[in-house]
Design a protein around this ligand. Structure first.
Ligand code: OSB
Ligand code: MG
Length: 372
């Protein structure tokens, strides 16, 4: 397969409501969609889930554009016309880090490669599930009002979401969690602190044990694996890592040392779908439950995440919510919640395409690149 052209589309998409976490507030999604066009006229798509600022990780949209343009695309010249997914990943390995940029470009190439074989991503993974249960990640209300939070959560529960994740930070934690648990004693409930706590908060976090939570997601700094081991010993609530897991090796280490007993697999955080699948396989062999995280993806990234989440180790509902939870208008046909979950796309590749007029409408910048 010869890739003739790579197009970067930078979109600004308003969120239906601001998404506030311990690392900041996102009001408009600043997302890059990568389009790869092959010489036989096939278009493949990948989503770069960076935000406009380095709040979740060091990457952001400007660095991703730079890395794709100046480093990843030239690195691919090494493999010539060989666009086998493993060859693509190893060619990109010469660039340290920048997993979101790698995910965006490698997924567009993977999509072309699969479409040429008329094979869906789910089939390529060996996934058998056709429907994936959905959870929803609920931001900190900008008003900091618990009653507003309860109204938002009620809307999700009425819509059929199977699990609620509350974003927490020091000062917004016990009160909202107690209120949600008090009103819905049986709903699967978890927290996500995005690294906002310190080792010295162990007793405080252990006090949440009374709420019967599924897990605490990434309470401490991503580099503090030992801190998470200590926290796991202090809390009955399982600890689940997100930001700390970048690779198969980091997942293996975190499991081995007892820093995590559940893992949030986000393809964009680990450099792509091939590595995400390998982490799934490792966790399955170790008896570690996984669930599919998200980065407020458009339909492009969501479609690929659903294929991954259809694998058997994904035993907990993930952050694979319907398009309407994020956007009034999605870039693809919207994903609509059915029976508390979403259908796994069955078409070739990622199984969805952007709607050209919507893509054009939301685009604030674009660029064409010619691979060397
Ligand atoms: O930590 O899981 C996170 C969104 C952006 C950045 C980080 C995170 C999130 C979410 C939302 O929690 C997940 C989603 O619904 O896509
Ligand atoms: Mg998280």
């Amino acid at each position: 397969m010869t890739i003739e052209l790579i197009r970067l589309h930078r979109l600004n998409i308003p969120l239906v409501r601001p998404f506030r976490t311990s690392f900041g507030t996102e009001v408009v999604r600043d997302v890059i969609i990568v389009e790869a066009v092959s010489s036989d006229g096939i278009h493949g798509w990948g989503e770069c889930t960076t935000m406009s600022w380095p709040g979740y990780s060091y990457e952001y949209s400007d660095t991703a554009i730079d890395v794709i343009t100046r480093h990843l695309l030239p690195a691919l010249a090494e493999i010539g016309d060989d666009n086998d997914p493993l060859a693509v990943r190893s060619a990109m390995d010469v660039v340290r880090g920048h997993p979101m940029a790698k995910t965006a470009l490698s997924t567009a190439l993977l999509d072309v490669w699969l479409r040429q074989q008329s094979m869906s991503l789910a089939t390529y993974f060996g996934a058998e599930r056709t429907h994936v249960p959905s959870g929803v990640s609920v931001g900190i209300p900008t008003s900091e009002s618990v009653s507003e939070l309860l109204d938002e959560v009620a809307g999700y529960i009425d819509a059929g979401y199977r699990r609620i994740k509350l974003k927490i930070e020091p000062g917004w934690d016990r009160e909202p969690v107690a209120a949600v648990r008090g009103r819905w004693p049986d709903i699967p409930l978890q927290t996500d602190a995005n690294q906002a706590y310190l080792r010295s908060d162990a007793d405080h976090l252990a006090s949440f044990d009374e709420f019967g939570l599924l897990l605490h997601e990434q309470p401490l700094h991503e580099e503090d694996l030992y801190g998470h081991v200590l926290l796991s010993e202090a809390c009955a609530t399982p600890i689940c890592l997100d930001e700390s897991i970048h690779s198969v090796a980091s997942a293996d280490s975190a499991i081995h040392f007892g820093a995590t007993s559940i893992i949030n697999i986000k393809p964009a955080r680990v450099g792509g779908y091939i590595t995400a699948k390998e982490i799934h396989d490792l966790c399955l062999s170790r008896g570690i439950p996984v669930w599919c995280g998200g980065m407020l993806e458009t339909g492009i990234g969501r479609a690929a995440n659903l294929a991954l989440a259809a694998l058997p180790g994904f035993t907990l509902p993930g952050d694979t919510s319907a398009s309407s939870r994020y956007y009034k208008v999605d870039v693809t046909e919207p994903f609509v919640l059915q029976d508390g979950g979403l259908p796994v796309p069955t078409g070739p590749g990622i199984g969805v395409d952007p709607i050209p007029e919507v893509l054009a409408d939301l685009t604030v910048w674009s660029q064409e690149l010619r691979p060397a």
